[in-house]
Design a protein around this ligand. Sequence first.
Ligand SMILES: [Zn+2]
Length: 238
Amino acid sequence: MEFEGIVIRLTPFRDHDAMVTVLSSDKIRSFLARGALKYESKSGPSVNIYTKSRFQLMRGKEGYALRNGEILDSFQNIKTNIDCLAVEDFLGELTNKLIQSDDAPEIYPFLEKSLTLLDKGFSPFTVALIYFAKVLMVSGYSLNVDSCQICGKKDQIVALSYKDGGFICRDCFSPLKHAKWDVNKLKMIRYIFKVDVDNFNKVDFPKEDCLVLINELSKFIDDIAQLNLKSIELLKKI
Ligand SMILES: [Zn+2]
């Protein structure tokens, strides 16, 4: 079997072996890579975390095992920048905790694009925020950024309520339950949920604005799915 994809998890196993999990454009696959953790391993570099490679597997007694791996893109520049490394870690945690094999066709282009943009030096916090929104959408935790979540009206939107799950219009706004959002913040959250993979790098948001929304979305996912994203702490420190 031959396929290409991005390594999203590498778990050491026995002495120098590793279990490798790869996200591809069709599904998620796991396989054993014998000797991958040995210094002189030929295919070892192809299973490094967040590397895009082409893999050849063979079927063995313990399931699929790596026969050969060839690096397509190691996104080497990411490794030289601390902000990018922290974002890469965040993308990985989101993918591992929220993405199921069935979601692979939808999310794969966004992970590939995110790593490519980070590697090219595009704003790491914008990448983190947009990928976060895409993972929420694909995994079924989206927010309604098209119309008022209560009455369905498309204009006079004044807030977004995480508790209600989307936009709130002027008529449905209740000062006891909701807090008003400024227009730019409303535009920004709509943009990150709506933007497609080709236009991903059209807008570069300020780091502080990105961190505010990343924080809010992480509280939202913690409330709704009891999911605590550990890598956010590192993002806040840089
Ligand atoms: Zn309304």
